[in-house]
Design a protein around this ligand. Structure first.
Ligand SMILES: [Zn+2]
Ligand SMILES: [Zn+2]
Length: 170
């Protein structure tokens, strides 16, 4: 997902431009599949260091439910902000060094690649528990039946905490 920033690099600090985005990305991540293009708008600002990109994008992910193990779709919106600095400027400044290592650079052909920024923002915004819906009934822990689809005939074994609670309520 490359954006040509050569024009903006030649203009003065504070100048802006914006870029409409709609791009299908294959092989986004090992565990996350994108099933719609990454689309939205990226605003670019010329800073004295380089280019600040502010993005407002959305896409749809395909994820696996951690309870019932079925795949489900999730639409997400991401707002990101990332500064890109020219790769050809030699500078021992620590922050720049870090950005260069993480790939937040303007390359020799005056392009920035925002995919890595987008990827990191999606990963950061990922919920801890991925569930298809909050009421997901998960799988039966004995026969493996997906309880969202139908009930199974297994006898429910009460967990220790449930039993304790029952005793307590007697
Ligand atoms: Zn589920
Ligand atoms: Zn069962």
């Amino acid at each position: 997902m490359q954006i040509d920033v050569s024009k903006l690099l030649q203009s003065k600090v504070g100048d802006t431009s914006s870029y409409k985005l709609s791009e299908k990305v294959e092989n986004f991540d090992k565990e996350i599949k994108l099933i719609s293009p990454i689309s939205g708008e990226v605003k670019l600002l010329r800073t004295d260091e380089g280019i600040l990109a502010q993005g407002n994008i959305e896409t749809t992910l395909e994820l696996k439910c951690s309870r019932c193990l079925e795949m489900f779709k999730k639409k997400i919106k991401i707002d990101f902000e990332q500064e890109y600095v020219p790769s050809w400027e030699k500078n021992s400044d620590e922050i720049r060094e870090e950005e260069r290592q993480e790939g937040f650079i303007i390359d020799e052909s005056n392009k920035i690649d925002i995919l890595e920024t987008v990827r990191q923002d999606i990963l950061i915004n990922m919920p801890m528990e991925l569930v298809c819906k909050s009421s997901c009934r998960s799988l039966c822990d004995q026969c493996g039946q997906n309880l969202n689809i139908k009930k199974c005939k297994c006898k429910k074994v009460k967990s220790i905490s449930e039993r304790k609670l029952k005793d307590f309520l007697k």
